[in-house]
Design a protein around this ligand. Structure first.
Ligand SMILES: *Cc1c(COP(=O)(O)O)cnc(C)c1O
Length: 386
């Protein structure tokens, strides 16, 4: 039988939408770029790198074609051998970049409250490891200081997969993008600042920045005697301009994004069985994603059932990150060097709700009302409430 009951939202509410202001300035610049004959790695890419490094407060910013490539280039340029410690609760590209750079992988568990890499889970995995790759999960800065201390004590580099972290701040007030040997942002359409496709490597190490600039250009310093096997990791000029343009208005949009996320949090506050990500005292998240953890017993329904109910009403959600990396086919051969109970728990209970910077606040309100109704009926029907 076909269900003809009207859906709460007549049209699909997307999970994410890039916020791109296609104004007259953008139109003019794109036209000028197309007519200039300079389509890649030129003036606008340079301008974007300068604007981004100034915004973040870091010495060097190297624009690349995407974050995955950026991570591959960083690890290639560091010239390390051996295993890299990385959280399993992350997007697949964190692991893929390590594999492409020739590294073995040691999966570490995450913190049950912040959902970022747990420094205490990392410590026992460090002997013999080549580096640590930490992730600012959903925009919440990971616990960088203890990770940096452990890496320093072993003399190994700490790198950040900062794909989610453009606009985030560490508890000491510095921007995400300023720590470790390098941080690598994604500027793809689902991230907080988008250049269509794109990535940005930030570092305070001048020699590493110079090497990365060569690496994104096949390893060719300009004399066609390649010094090592680099990649084509260049950013296009249209993307470079999009970056400059988006950065001009970034503070405005990230402010709105935060207020939308806080609106979700306050309107869903107190619902039994729903838990939000803990933001460390003094830190700020970019809210790349608004994740909630569903405790099936207390909520009265599983994460999958909630996703299904929301989909029935035209609300898109994602089950980030399920399956976790160590549960994916591509990583079946990675030796299990640690138990990952928190990761497995998060992977089975996390759902991310629609959030993008130009999302109408009224839609947030309606989604929250809907979740409250679903919660009420689930608890009545299931009798599973504690
Ligand atoms: C999106 C994402 C990436 C990959 O970024 P691309 O720019 O698409 O290559 C890497 N790591 C994490 C955690 C991501 O979410």
């Amino acid at each position: 039988m076909i269900d003809r009951r009207p859906r709460r939202f007549p049209e699909l509410v997307p999970m994410v939408r890039p916020t791109v202001e296609a104004d007259a300035e953008m139109e003019l610049a794109v036209k000028e770029i197309l007519q200039s004959g300079m389509l890649t790695n030129g003036r606008y890419v340079r301008e974007f790198e300068e604007a981004a490094s100034a915004y973040l407060g870091v010495d060097h910013a190297v624009a690349v074609s995407n974050c995955t490539t950026g991570l591959m280039l960083v690890f290639r340029c560091l010239e390390l051998t051996g295993d890299v410690v990385v959280p399993s609760f992350t997007f697949m590209a964190s692991g893929h970049a390590l594999r492409w750079a020739g590294h073995g992988i040691r999966f570490a568990d995450s913190d049950p409250r912040t959902w970022t890499l747990d420094p205490e889970a990392v410590a026992p995995l460090l002997p013999g490891a080549a580096a640590v790759l930490a992730v600012h999960t959903f925009g919440v800065p990971c616990d960088a200081d203890p990770l940096q201390e452990s890496c320093d004590s072993r003399g190994i580099p700490l790198v950040f997969d900062s794909a989610h972290g453009f606009g985030s701040r560490y508890p000491d007030g510095s921007m995400v993008g300023t720590k470790g040997v390098a941080e690598v942002f994604s500027l793809s359409p689902t991230k907080t600042l988008s250049t269509g496709e794109g990535g940005l490597i930030t570092t305070n190490d001048a020699a590493l920045a110079a090497k990365l600039r060569m690496a994104r250009e096949y390893g060719n310093p300009g004399d066609y005697d390649s010094r090592f096997a680099g990649l084509n990791g260049r950013m296009t000029e249209v993307s470079g301009f999009m970056g400059v343009h988006a950065l001009n208005r970034f503070s405005h949009w990230i402010g709105i994004r935060r207020s939308l996320a806080e609106r979700y949090r306050s309107r869903l506050d107190g619902l039994p069985g729903l838990e939000f990500q803990t933001i460390p005292e003094g830190a700020a998240t970019s809210y790349k994603d608004l994740g909630i953890r569903v405790d099936a017993t207390r909520f009265g329904m599983t994460r999958d059932e909630l996703a299904e109910r929301l989909a029935q009403e035209n609300v898109s959600t994602r089950k980030y990150f399920s399956p976790a990396l160590h549960q994916q086919t591509a990583y079946r051969d990675v030796p299990a060097v640690a138990e990952l109970p928190v990761t497995e728990e998060l992977a089975s209970s996390m759902i991310t709700l629609p959030l993008y910077s130009h999302m109408p606040a009224g839609v947030v309100d309606e989604i929250c009302d809907l979740i409250r109704e679903i919660s009420a009926t689930a608890r009545k029907a299931g009798g599973r409430a504690s």
